[in-house]
Design a protein around this ligand. Sequence first.
Ligand SMILES: NC(=O)c1ccc[n+]([C@@H]2O[C@H](COP(=O)([O-])OP(=O)(O)OC[C@H]3O[C@@H](n4cnc5c(N)ncnc54)[C@H](O)[C@@H]3O)[C@@H](O)[C@H]2O)c1
Length: 352
Amino acid sequence: MTARDTVGLALVGIGGWGNNLARNLDGLRDARLRWICDVDERRLAAAARQYPEARTTRRLGDVLDDPEVDAVVVATPAPTHHALGKMVLRAGRDLYLEKPMVLDLAHGVELQRLAEAGGRVLMVGHLLEYHPVVIRLRDMIRAGELGTIHYISTQRLNLGTIREDENVLWSFAPHDVSSILFMLGQEPTDVAARGQSCIHKGVEDVAFMTMRFGDKSMAHVHVSWLDPHKTRKMTIVGSRRMAVFDDLESTEKLRIYDKGANVRTDYDGFAEYAGLRFGDILVPHIPFTEPLRVEVQHFVQCVRTRATPVSDGHDGLRVLRVLEAAERSLRNGGQPMQPLALPEPVTEPQPA
Ligand SMILES: NC(=O)c1ccc[n+]([C@@H]2O[C@H](COP(=O)([O-])OP(=O)(O)OC[C@H]3O[C@@H](n4cnc5c(N)ncnc54)[C@H](O)[C@@H]3O)[C@@H](O)[C@H]2O)c1
């Protein structure tokens, strides 16, 4: 990118989520939304009315022909991410890809290597890594305030868009997996998943996934788009404190419970018993900023300064490795699977 004060941006895909991205991209101080691209004429016409300063097109080629475009945000359905991402990186532009990064680990590796080889910024839309409550929990865990993390349990449920292109694990669980890895700073040693296809054959609408982190911690992720209640909840049970994050609460999203259990020995020293501790419940004040706004601001900042995003391509690959292992487990009756090692980069033979 040539040095400029204002980053030239394009958005590809202005459907349900793309509309949220457009609203946030349009209001950025250091960037200008120059193009909106979508294959759907009606959506483009609506976008042209709402964002008259942006040009519209059905062809990504038009966007990439514009030398004023520095970076492209892709919010199209997941099966298109690999091909579109490749076009953007090959055209020498920085890339923001919505989650799931891609639907195939090898495709993710290819995009990461293309970005590295071309010196491009590659960021994946792992929204929760920009959520102030998740950041606070990560800081508390790092500082040992919750003690040893025994387990994390998440629920991401609603009666909503039923996708056919990818199952609910690939669609919903990137949020849970990315935030759990972000908070723990670790990758799982094994992953197991079971699920049920209720609407479209072979596409799971509900899934239950577990991740083990060595022998000390584990996590459970329950995702469904076929549930009567919208739920966005995370419970963290530590040896010192417990925490509950409810993202549907408007103000008191996080509660810290000074509760726990300790093994004690009775005064004769013969018997051990679990002593329960019931202490205060704290609701920390956490200033709230829309995570999507923070996320797109961070992307533009990385484009301007050439910094590495928090949710960069490597982060995308860590999440893909978990999803790939979960998918293998789903197809094998829920057996625990180890995430695959990433293939070594192919070194091109050097001229003698
Ligand atoms: N971060 C989040 O919280 C979050 C939430 C919802 C969706 N998403 C992600 O955003 C992406 C889009 O999801 P959605 O719900 O908005 O889907 P959607 O179907 O509502 O919108 C997708 C749009 O992309 C367009 N499109 C399809 N193929 C295209 C192509 N080749 N070139 C240009 N445009 C094309 C479609 O016409 C449509 O307008 C998905 O990856 C999804 O997982 C992220």
